[in-house]
Design a protein around this ligand. Structure first.
Ligand code: ZN
Length: 239
């Protein structure tokens, strides 16, 4: 079952559950812990919270675009996006938490109020892809679930709904294929038919494990619970 097979209402529910999961991890952190580093290069937890907050604000701009037909990009530029996160990461704990809850509430309101007909309106992702406004449900789902793990205080891929794990795997393998990466790599997910990343290339490496552990590895979040012939390799870059 892929995320796209769910009804729009169900997709929004999965995104909201992910937001609640992130919010729970955030609530368990003290203000002091917000400025500790994460496994993401150069980012503290404060960077992550700011990024997740500004991501919701950026998705609000796409909802405005869908509702009005007036092009409103997610971000003015990659530089502006980076600067906003860097500045956001210097906010104090209360302001960061406020940024998160406020932007979440705004996005939720936009989702609730968008007329049915506007969900199919085309908007552009930060990567430049044209997608229907309904894609914002998946864009947000990916962000909140994965970054909840990145907070590094107990979030686990094993807590994700299977439909999120399935669709993440499809996304990641699709990106590798598009970038011509992962030749010879086969993913052997427990209970699934093996997935050859580049079906035309001879098999050189087989990585096995549960769906959750393979998605974690493929997303570049560590090799725990996965097996390979020898040492576990780094996954190809996804984003
Ligand atoms: Zn992100």
């Amino acid at each position: 079952m892929s995320f796209q097979d769910l009804s729009l209402a169900e997709r929004l529910t999965v995104a909201r559950r992910g937001t609640a999961y992130f919010a729970q991890r955030l609530a368990e952190l003290t203000d002091g812990q917000l400025y500790e580093p994460t496994a993401l290069d150069g980012w503290s937890r404060a960077h992550l919270v700011a990024h997740v907050g500004y991501n919701a604000a950026a998705l609000c701009r796409l909802m405005d675009w869908a509702a009005s037909g007036v092009e409103t990009p997610m971000y003015a530029s990659a530089e502006q996006r980076g600067r906003e996160i860097a500045e956001g990461a210097t906010l104090n704990g209360a302001a960061l938490r406020n940024l998160f809850t406020h932007t979440v509430a705004r996005l939720d309101k936009k989702w609730r109020n968008l007329p049915d007909s506007a969900w199919s309106a085309q908007v552009r992702t930060a990567q430049g892809r044209l997608v229907p406004a309904s894609e914002t449900a998946w864009m947000r789902t990916r962000e909140v679930w994965i970054h909840a793990v990145d907070l590094g205080n107990g979030g686990r891929f094993g807590d994700f709904p299977d439909v999120v794990l399935d669709s993440l795997l499809t996304d990641i393998v699709g990106m590798w294929q598009k970038k011509d990466l992962g030749a010879g790599l086969v993913l052997a997910v427990d209970g699934y038919a093996p997935i050859a990343v580049q079906p035309d290339s001879p098999v050189s490496e087989k990585i096995g494990g549960s769906l959750a552990s393979l998605v974690r590895w493929a997303a570049g979040r560590g090799a725990v619970g996965v097996s390979a012939g020898g040492e576990i390799p780094e996954p190809p870059r996804w984003l």
